[in-house]
Structures are given as structure tokens and as C-alpha cells.
Design a protein around this ligand. Structure first.
Ligand SMILES: [Zn+2]
Length: 102
């Protein structure tokens, strides 16, 4: 019986250690969940501000790009995808379509 008692005591000790590990893991999980919520909140806050800025810049860039193309076109160069940058003689239906001049 002495051996069996010792075996049971060892199992009890191991169970105690395991229980402590489970407890600390639970705390760690709680900490990670809180951190996750915090990070998600930060991500939402950042992306809202950034989205507005990106949209604003995108329309600025688009406007500027279009103005540059208009300038290039008025100086007699193709701005269409087929002859882009080549000197233009007369008018080009592709350029006109691209700049919506028709
Ligand atoms: Zn063209």
C-alpha cells in the first residue's frame, strides 16, 4: 500500500501543478483578449481617419492627372492608351473618348 500511496501523492502533486498552469493560462488568455479588443478599436479609429484622407488624396491626384493629360493633349500629344505621348496630327478618336471630348 505504501507504493500506491506514494503514487497517488505524486498524481495529486502533478494535478496541482497542472491546475496552476491552467490558472495562469486563463489569466494570459484574458489578457490577450483584452489586448485584442484594444487593438481592434485602435485599428478602427486609424482606418476611418486614413480612409477619409486617402479618398481626398485620390481625388486630388485624379484631378491633377486629368489636368496634366488635358495639357499634354492641348500641346498636340496623344494621351490615349494606344498612341500615348506621340505627336498628334488632327484629332484622335481614342484621345477624345479618353478625355470624354466627344
Ligand atoms: Zn490618341
Amino acid at each position: 500500500m505504501g507504493q500506491l500511496n506514494q503514487a497517488i501523492t505524486e498524481v495529486e502533486e502533478n494535478l496541482g501543478k497542472l491546475l496552476n498552469e491552467v490558472k495562469s493560462l486563463k489569466q494570459y488568455v484574458e489578457y490577450l483578449e483584452e489586448e485584442n479588443i484594444k487593438l481592434k478599436r485602435q485599428l478602427c479609429a486609424v482606418s476611418e481617419a486614413d480612409t477619409a484622407r486617402v479618398q481626398q488624396n485620390a481625388s486630388k491626384i485624379q484631378k491633377e492627372a486629368h489636368e496634366n493629360l488635358e495639357k499634354l493633349y492641348s500641346q498636340g500629344f496623344h494621351v490615349c492608351h494606344i498612341y500615348f505621348g506621340e505627336p498628334m496630327e488632327g484629332s484622335c478618336i481614342f484621345c477624345n473618348a479618353f478625355l470624354r471630348k466627344d
